[in-house]
Design a protein around this ligand. Structure first.
Ligand SMILES: NC(=O)c1ccc[n+]([C@@H]2O[C@H](COP(=O)([O-])OP(=O)(O)OC[C@H]3O[C@@H](n4cnc5c(N)ncnc54)[C@H](O)[C@@H]3O)[C@@H](O)[C@H]2O)c1
Length: 452
């Protein structure tokens, strides 16, 4: 298991106070102890059960010790489909009601909603003392990630972010090989996704009544009220919009940057800078290049440069990457999504999702590959909730990883400007306007202690 880097910044109660917020009250319900002691089933509640939430529900309930106790979705059609597979579960459209009515009988909460609802739902669950499995990226705003991590640490419950590839054999093998020094200290990572979760257009005008099955107000949740536009928000398209999603960088970058982040034991970036079109205030850019510099670690040269390409700018052209010219890379074709680690002694290409490839191939022909098994990322969380083992992507790891990505998302609003980052103070030190984008205003009725 990859241990969090020892010097990673650890928030405390002091940070709530510095941020001008009350430290959230924790209800301290001993749910982990209850499930383990009684040898009972882990009673789970699932918030968001369509799309990836359906896959999360299937994967978590496939564990023999899980009993699905509650299902929550703002779309009654999606709720109905999930209920048909778990007919004994209670159903809700509002996660706040679900937690307030059922918290005493729940042992774990799974959050699989659009990104803007991760933090409020996960924070409420933590404040009820519940272990949480939360989809990626952990949150929609930097400040939310910092706060969730702090409360998770304070409460001591088991947490896991939904980056299931983190537990797969190829990615774990890549981490081991990098940490064994196979390609030497790493100076840069190039990573990319040719997906396009951006929107360069203007205001969304095709306003219509939401479908009868959808509670639009609950779907908006913490976000400001607005009219429904078909195909613009629900389902899935919310990713493209700054009020709800995190663009391709947040969506795919969190998977693709996870392995370099873990393998190189990175902490917080020194700065982030993007190249993209001017901001519109509506959608994330349809194509980006995002650069970061991280402080050096035991696995890197003095510092580590990370460059991300997405949309039509991915994959990057090999000729543009300034790789050492004495390496014979043959007719290497970069896959549509992946990462390239540049070490002093060679390269590692990690396709998303696939086995690591060492380059130049001839140089590494005899290099042994460690035997590594697939771990079930979902069951790892369930087992940890029942007192067996620990999770590998708890909020102590997921928080700083998400913060790093979200700083790049903020940088999209200030193209070609290096945002200098003070992780301890959670502040951009040179562009005051960027600090206003690190945290969000929640609508009054959706406020959550510790977040708004
Ligand atoms: N780990 C992965 O490989 C992976 C893959 C896809 C998506 N995801 C993540 O899963 C999450 C959902 O993505 P998706 O593609 O399934 O989106 P989606 O829009 O298709 O589905 C979201 C579901 O949540 C429901 N929902 C929305 N707001 C809700 C609320 N307030 N309370 C309860 N339910 C609510 C929706 O009705 C819908 O059923 C995102 O965070 C995304 O990043 C992860």
């Amino acid at each position: 298991m990859v241990q969090p880097h020892a010097s990673r910044f650890r928030p405390t109660r002091r940070h709530f106070l510095q941020a001008g917020l009350a430290v959230p009250a924790l209800h301290w319900l001993p749910s982990q102890a209850r499930a383990a002691a009684a040898n009972a089933k882990l009673r789970t509640a699932h918030i968001g059960v369509g799309g990836m939430g359906g896959a999360d529900l299937n994967a978590i309930s496939s564990h023999g010790s899980v009993e699905v106790a509650a299902l929550c979705d703002v779309d009654s059609e999606r709720l109905k489909a999930a209920l048909s597979r778990h007919p004994n579960a209670r159903t809700f459209s509002d996660y706040r009601e679900m937690l307030s009515e059922m918290a005493d009988s729940l042992d774990g909460v799974v959050v699989s909603t659009p990104d803007h609802t991760h933090a409020p739902a996960a924070m409420l669950a933590l404040q009820h003392g519940k272990p949480v499995y939360c989809q990626k990226p952990l949150t929609h705003a930097v400040f939310e990630a910092r706060q969730l991590r702090a409360v998770a640490e304070e409460s001591g419950v088991v947490t896991q972010m939904g980056i299931q590839v983190h537990s797969s054999a190829p990615y774990r093998r890549a981490v081991q090989m990098i940490q064994a020094g196979v390609i030497g200290p790493v100076s840069q990572v190039l990573a990319w996704s040719n997906k396009n979760w951006g929107y360069d257009g203007g205001p969304l005008t095709n306003v219509q009544q939401p479908p009868d099955s959808l509670d639009w107000d609950l779907w908006l949740g913490t976000a400001a009220e607005r009219d429904f536009v078909p195909s613009a928000y629900h389902p899935g398209s919310w990713r493209k919009l700054i009020d709800f999603g995190t663009g391709t960088l947040g969506d795919m970058g969190v998977h693709i940057f996870d392995t370099p982040y873990a393998a190189l034991e990175l902490t917080a970036p020194k700065w982030a800078m993007t190249q993209c079109r001017p901001p519109t205030g509506i959608g994330h850019p349809e194509q980006n290049v995002v650069r970061y510099e991280f402080p050096g670690t035991a696995q890197t040269t003095d510092s580590l440069l990370w460059t991300w390409f997405d949309g039509g700018w991915a994959p990057p052209k090999l000729a543009d990457l300034n790789l050492p010219s004495d390496w014979d890379l043959g007719d290497l074709q970069l896959p549509g999504q992946g990462a390239l680690f540049v070490g002093e002694a060679g390269l590692m290409l990690l396709p998303h999702v696939g086995e690591p490839v060492l380059l130049p191939e001839r140089q590494f022909a005899d290099t042994a590959r460690p035997e590594v098994e697939n771990v079930n990322h979902y069951h790892q969380w369930v087992d940890a909730c029942l007192g067996e083992g620990t999770t590998s992507a708890g909020f102590d790891y997921a928080g700083p990883l998400t913060e790093s990505l979200l700083l790049g998302v903020v940088a999209n609003r200030f193209p070609e400007t290096k945002l200098m980052w003070d992780a301890e103070k959670v502040r951009v030190t040179n562009v005051e306007a960027a600090n206003g984008l690190l945290r969000k205003e929640y609508r009054d009725e959706f406020r959550v202690a510790g977040l708004s």
